[in-house]
Ligand binder design. Structure first.
Ligand SMILES: [Zn+2]
Length: 236
């Protein structure tokens, strides 16, 4: 029985490694998804920046066109100035020309402001683009690493599972069944060590008399609280 219990204890150790490996396998898609999320956020930021630049450029071109039209109009008004007959007409025309020139000055200022804004935004856009390029490269590297990890983890888990099954195959069917049931019901931990009279599976105290029995590793003893198979090994 002692040998069987020890075998179960070793099988449990491997079981724990398998669970850790499976946990890592579960994390891999999460890491990949998180990476995709980051990439998407930067791409969206860049798209937004580009969209704003386009809008401002469109507005600038519109204003430049307006300016051109107004300048033409002023030229025509100035030509007309030579043809007016009365002083009143002349003054009115002069006033109109001045007003148009004032409006043009403001439009020119608006155009300069738009150009400044676009220049700043282009800088942001450029640095975002560099950031995206770096991120894409890093993501590619990371993706390769993760896929390699998945592959090697799959192989490790397969090997560990084989080792565990080999160990379980040499214990009695009864013990193997108990182990299997507890493993299902107790989060993959069917066998647990006992330390200072405390079950390492559920952290409950074991009655002293029972503890003494467990340390002998002579018979199948289950924790009164969590039902796990108890095994004693010092410094483990
Ligand atoms: Zn317990």
């Amino acid at each position: 029985m002692e040998h069987e219990l020890e075998t179960l204890f070793e099988a449990q150790k491997i079981e724990t490694l398998i669970m850790e490996g499976e946990q890592k396998l579960l994390q891999a898609p999460k890491r990949l998804k998180q990476m995709e999320g980051e990439l998407l956020a930067v791409r969206q930021k860049i798209d937004k920046e580009s969209e704003i630049i386009d809008e401002l450029e469109k507005e600038r071109r519109k204003k430049e066109k307006e300016l051109e039209v107004e300048k033409d109009r002023i030229k025509k008004l100035e030509v007309k100035l030579c043809d007016v007959k009365t002083n009143k007409e002349y003054q009115a025309l002069l006033k109109e020309i001045e007003a148009a020139k004032g409006a043009n000055d403001r439009t020119e200022e608006d155009i300069l402001v738009l150009m400044d804004k676009v220049e700043d935004l282009r800088k942001d856009y450029d640095s975002s683009s560099v950031h995206l390029e770096d991120l894409e490269k890093d993501s590619e590297t990371e993706r390769t690493v993760i896929n390699k990890e998945i592959k090697s983890m799959d192989a490790i888990i397969a090997k560990l599972t084989q080792e565990r099954d080999n160990l379980l195959s040499v214990v009695s069917e009864n013990l193997r069944n108990i182990y299997g049931i507890l493993r299902e019901k107790r989060g993959g931990v069917a066998v647990t060590n006992i330390r200072n009279g405390v079950c390492q599976g559920c952290n409950m105290n074991i009655p002293p008399q029972l503890f003494i029995e467990v340390t002998k590793n002579k018979s199948l003893i289950q924790c009164p609280s969590c039902n796990r198979i108890l095994f004693f090994r010092e410094n483990d």
